[in-house]
Write a new protein. Sequence first.
Length: 306
Amino acid sequence: MNPSVRIKIILAFAAIYIVWGSSYYAVRLALQGFPPFTLSALRFLIGGTTLLLFCIVKKEKFPAKHLIVKNAVSGLVIFIGGVVAVVWAQQYISSSLASIIITTPFWFIVLDKKQWPFYFSNKFIIGGLITGLAGVIILLGFKKGHAGNGTEFMQLVSILIMIAGSLMWVSGSLYLRYRPSASSVYVNTCIQLLSAGICCTIISWFCKEPQQIMQHAVPLKSWLSLLYLAIVSTMITFMAFVWLLTKQPPALVSTYAYVNPLVAVLLGWAIGGEKITSLQILALVIILSGVLLVNIPRYRTVKAAS
């Protein structure tokens, strides 16, 4: 392999491992200055606009109107569920706890009907689903004290909303997978981000969040976190992820799902002063073990094909 390509691969893996893992803590800092929907709106609009300029410079071809609408709706389902749910939930739970609730891999198994004959005939996948469910049940029973700033009830609601958000993200992703657009991934993502940003802006105004911002000065760390989330996490790292999929087996690239929670928990503990309880560690180990079991057949397939 070309040395320059090898270096790019290492940097791309570092991005999806560390940047996406650190996004949970960045959201925590950004929420100190921005309400959740305003934060999400600015994040999507900045990232989407920057990506739009990139597409214009690269002279990417934009799709027909009906495909723009399709991508816009998909963007609402994917990003509202996959990102806004996390941002809203982190008002009440810690960044480290939020990162542990990674039910997305399990929703892919449950909702991808075309793969059911393979999924549900494999003992590792069935065992992984049961193990992951056990970890989620432990989180649902998580007691207040070290899980965040919200009441015990709001922490429970936040966990349920994040699980529902994962379901939305996977539903939208599977729809795009089986009904792909002819446009480039950059154009599609640009449309999806902008549509999600416009939607969050409307919700923000409806909730009178701009008035809340005007009542106090936004800390510099919140502005910096917003830019980090919009440019580094949402746009640059996503492009690194897309490029990495063309150079490495998807099963290997998907290991970011195992590393992100570890990065988030360590950052929350080392920098954010978040306490890690034994129950939280137990839930982390159980859920990650379930995700690993679910992906063992995929690793075997990649290894057999290599």
